[in-house]
Design a protein around this ligand. Structure first.
Ligand code: ZN
Length: 171
């Protein structure tokens, strides 16, 4: 299979389907009439958000790379078209192209016979920032988000890692 290349993307978002407790998640990325739907586990999705935040923080700590505000237009509802590419994500990694100042999301297919990248989605740092925030919101859906660590707050409260685990947050 030839790797799909999406981008620079117009749409990049995280979507949850199904009832609470049984939700399934996918990343939607697209541009024009190309649309990718990439299924993954919630833990993979949260790890992706952490990876994006870390990458952006590391880049912006470097000289000459100016921090950007998020560009949330990539979170807008995408046209309801059948996906051009759809698979379950196995390998997942991020890369940065300094010349273009673009971030690449590299996706491998679960159970693929090799480690080849099956799809690459290019997005700006501003889009990635919005995408990361959306991931956290989608994963926490139905539950309030902790103002300190962005983690979900359960009805019984929340032990916040940002306060050394000693403080319980009620929202
Ligand atoms: Zn917290």
């Amino acid at each position: 299979m030839k790797p799909y290349v999406f981008g620079p993307v117009t749409w990049l978002t995280a979507v949850a389907q199904g009832q609470p407790g049984q939700r399934t998640f996918y990343v939607q990325a697209g541009k024009d009439d190309l649309m990718g739907r990439f299924w993954l586990e919630k833990e993979q999705l949260l790890a992706l958000a952490t990876g994006i935040d870390r990458l952006l923080a590391a880049l912006e700590a470097k000289r000459g790379i100016v921090p950007v505000r998020e560009d949330a237009s990539c979170l807008n509802p995408a046209p309801d078209v059948p996906p051009t590419a759809e698979f379950k994500i196995g390998q997942l990694s991020l890369a940065y192209d300094e010349g273009q100042d673009m971030v690449a999301l590299l996706l491998g297919e679960l159970d693929a016979p090799d480690d080849e990248t099956a799809a690459t989605c290019w997005a700006s740092r501003a889009q990635m920032r919005a995408f990361s925030r959306r991931i956290v919101e989608v994963c926490a859906a139905g539950r309030p988000v902790c103002p300190l660590c962005s983690g979900p707050v359960n009805p019984e409260g929340h032990i916040c890692p940002r306060s050394n685990g000693h403080r319980e947050i009620q929202v």
